[in-house]
Design a protein around this ligand. Structure first.
Ligand SMILES: Cc1cc2nc3c(=O)[nH]c(=O)nc-3n(C[C@H](O)[C@H](O)[C@H](O)COP(=O)(O)OP(=O)(O)OC[C@H]3O[C@@H](n4cnc5c(N)ncnc54)[C@H](O)[C@@H]3O)c2cc1C
Length: 440
């Protein structure tokens, strides 16, 4: 597959120039961390843009981004240089700097750069995490159980891969506070309680949105769907297979025997230091379940998971269900290949007409009907998506948003061609085409 294919269709044109126009109108559908990071990145690149963000909930960050404390650390692999590890190698330091940068704007949201301990609690994990520490020394160091215990301020029986720059943020508060900053300083307007039910393309190649069976009068040049696991709710996006994975996080009271924890602790699940009388731990993973209602049974699953890993530790053994004072359930949006899905939406017809089925590359221009000078726009021209951030969206969202903002504004992406291909929405259509099954 050639890299050019996976960039925005607009970038195929040799005359494409950066968009800086204050009349350029963009709609973002979603009120989670993807949408807020994208609005921030777009307005930083082009401060005169006119952006409207639509969120079906009353409060921003109420769905996948509703967790009280989410960990920031990379998903790395040793042994082979995987594209996913390459992605996290960039996303992890970028996200830490991004959140720190937002803080310098007097945007205050709960967070702590307290370090993250990824515990090596099996012999296989010891080998794997040691190898990762050797291959990614700037991100993580392998440390003993004693060193881990000292940093965590709790007795830990296992050595760890220690991400000293990592920590946690409260994503919902980040969304709300950053949105306040952006609306005060830029032309961003936020419409909550507004469920967008339909995307319509006008004859003038603009986008008009429909909410509650009524057309919204504004016309948009570009639309971005950042609706988590619901991103494929529209006719134009329904071809994307987004797997919902339900997760419930439980909240421990400030008096539990784990309350002295000073770092983020990751094992099969995770646990964060206490903040505002609450300490998060969990989480459950239920594939193909999109039920956002929390339940008490999942709190017991989280407790059981913790006590299985720390079966000899007094602090873990003494925690009971009575220490659990709350919980939050939400849905992770995951793609089939576990990579984010970020980029322009191309129609199946565009892919069939412009991509060579044999090698997955763009067809030569002289092989296209009418022998055009440049590749035609997709019939969904101006439509983009950002989803599939799975269980690490807080770490990947800032850089994914920077990439998408660059594509939308015809500017240089911060990602390599290999990474652009690995996250482009069109990859699924091209794979289907190459498998000779045609597109959906
Ligand atoms: C239990 C759990 C634990 C997690 N822990 C971590 C962690 O420790 N570290 C980490 O990095 N990540 C973690 N994640 C993942 C991370 O929270 C997500 O990847 C991220 O929040 C996804 O953000 P998003 O903006 O893409 O989607 P969401 O936050 O789900 O936002 C989607 C938005 O779209 C809106 N919407 C949907 N349809 C419409 C419509 N038709 N019209 C208008 N608006 C619409 C919704 O109202 C919502 O505002 C966790 C996730 C869960 C569920």
């Amino acid at each position: 597959m050639n890299a050019e294919l996976f960039k925005s269709a607009a970038s195929y044109s040799p005359i494409a120039s950066p968009i800086k126009n204050h009349n350029h109108k963009i709609a973002i559908i979603g009120g989670g961390i993807s949408s807020i990071c994208l609005a921030y990145q777009l307005l930083t690149l082009s401060p005169k843009l006119d952006i409207t963000l639509y969120c079906s909930d009353e409060i921003l960050g109420s769905r996948g981004s509703s967790n009280k404390q989410g960990a920031i650390y990379p998903l790395l692999q040793g042994g082979q240089f995987s594209v996913l590890a390459e992605l996290y190698d960039l996303c992890y330091p970028y996200s830490v700097n991004f959140y720190k940068q937002i803080n310098t704007l007097n945007v205050n949201f709960a967070h702590q750069w307290c370090g993250v301990l990824q515990q090596a609690f099996t012999p296989e994990l010891i080998k794997r995490l040691q190898q990762i520490a050797r291959e990614w020394p700037s991100h993580g160091q392998f440390i003993s159980a004693e060193q881990s215990s000292k940093l965590a301020n709790l007795t830990l029986p296992y050595p760890s891969l220690y991400f000293k720059d990592g920590g946690w943020i409260w994503p919902q508060e980040f969304c709300q506070k950053t949105a306040e900053y952006l609306t005060a300083n830029f032309n961003l307007s936020i419409k909550t309680n507004t469920h967008i039910s339909k995307l319509n393309q006008t004859e003038q190649h603009k986008w008009q949105l429909e909410s509650h069976a009524e057309l919204i009068p504004a016309l948009f040049d570009q639309v971005v769907v950042c609706s988590g696991h619901l991103t494929n709710q529209y006719i134009q996006t329904q071809q994307f297979d987004i797997i919902p994975i339900r997760g419930q996080v439980s909240h421990l009271s400030e008096t539990s025997t784990a309350s002295e924890l000073k770092t983020v602790l990751c094992h099969n699940g995770y646990m964060t230091p206490a903040h505002n009388q609450v300490q998060c731990f969990g989480a459950t993973f239920e594939r193909d379940n999109n039920n956002e209602t929390s339940n008490l049974a999942d709190n017991l699953k989280n407790l059981d998971q913790l006590q299985q890993v720390y079966e000899q530790q007094e602090w873990a053994k003494q925690i009971t269900e009575h220490d659990i004072v709350g919980q939050n359930a939400a849905i992770r949006a995951t793609s089939q290949d576990h990579h984010p899905i970020v980029g322009e939406v191309m129609s199946d017809d565009w892919v069939k007409d412009n991509v060579d089925q044999n090698n997955g590359k763009l067809k030569r221009l002289d092989k296209l009907i009418g022998k055009p000078k440049t590749y035609p726009n997709s019939d969904h021209h101006g439509l983009f998506i950002m989803t599939g951030l799975g269980a690490r969206g807080l770490t990947t969202a800032p850089l994914m948003a920077k990439h998408l903002a660059s594509l939308m504004l015809n500017q240089q992406s911060p990602l390599s061609d290999r990474l652009i291909k690995s996250i482009a929405p069109m990859r699924f259509q091209v794979r289907a085409l190459k498998r000779n099954k045609g597109t959906h």
